[in-house]
Design a protein around this ligand. Sequence first.
Ligand code: XIL
Length: 377
Amino acid sequence: MSPRFLPIAAVALSVGALLARPLLAGTDLTLKEAAHGRFLIGAAINDRIVQGEEPAAAHIVEREFNAISPENCLKWAVVHPEPGRYDFTRSDAYVDFGVKHGLFIVGHTLMWHYQTPAWVFYNADGSLKSRAQVLAELRDHIRTVVGRYKGRIKGWDVVNEAFDDSGKLRTDRPWYKILGEDGILAAFKAAHEADPKAELYYNDFSLWLPAKRRAVIALVEKIRAAGLRIDGVGMQEHYLMSGPSPQMVGQAIDAFANAKIPVMVTELDISVLPRPNHYTGADLGQLQAKQAEFDPYVNGLPVRMENALADRYAAMFAVYRAHAEDIKRVTFWGVSDGDSWLNNWPIRGRHDYPLLFDRHFRPKPAFFAVMKALDHP
Ligand code: XIL
């Protein structure tokens, strides 16, 4: 290229950089570079990002992250909506996106009690299906889905959320009511047979609760004792401003490390909103008198809260950094605040601010706090 073209290229580049990172003058270190040598850094992505309908978010993913998780497109209800009918339209696009950008592609999830159609568990007359029927269905599903992406999806959340907070198997849910803990072992076995090279994980929330993580450690030991593959445990880490404390999270990581179980942070976000669980599923519009209380930051997050969120992220990443030897990946559950599931859970139609990029895809103080916490060496 002749030198006289350079200024034009330079202008184009700086405009691109300006759009991508308007607040980051003087540095273009990315998240994945800052985390390099410690852990992968990932984001869950939705179909709009994959399909190019949100180019600014896609650009952030390409630039900042080296791992992706599918927010919804690989859940049972999406890929296998009816008996014998699979639909891989969205998941194929997701995997193609990851391959195209050279990302570590995660699969999520094969066995979960949500986003799984009722026909998997119930006969037409409403009675529970037999153990043999449900096992056959689970194996067919795992063989088909894992097999399709063999060699491309590098790690699977095989089982999601099998225990309650006291560490009891969720036998109130059809998977475990019908199959018991054996169902989990069957799922890991089927996943390994479908792609012997894929990493296989158990994923759950609130593993900072000692009773719950003890149950998960016992499960991993059982899986190993059965001669089956399991590569690690995913700690979801959907957190609040009020807790859990970074110390408790560090203790959980230590407990897994002591049991020689690698950890991944798989669904990180920090909600700044109140969490009235008893309204789960409600629409904010129906909660007239509660709107101001439950959705206090409609017009933006006050600077004070912005900074408090940044401090909380910094404290969490200080823990991850200190435990980097035991953590393989840290994945955020989403890219920008506008897309976060927390705007619609537990109450629909709120304005949360749980991620590192704002509704205009600009890095927030929390982004810079994370970068600082990861600062080399
Ligand atoms: C959420 C998605 O983000 C939402 O879009 C969807 O409506 C419900 O599921 N734990 C998990 C994730 O393991 O799969 C969930 O994702 C969030 C909680």
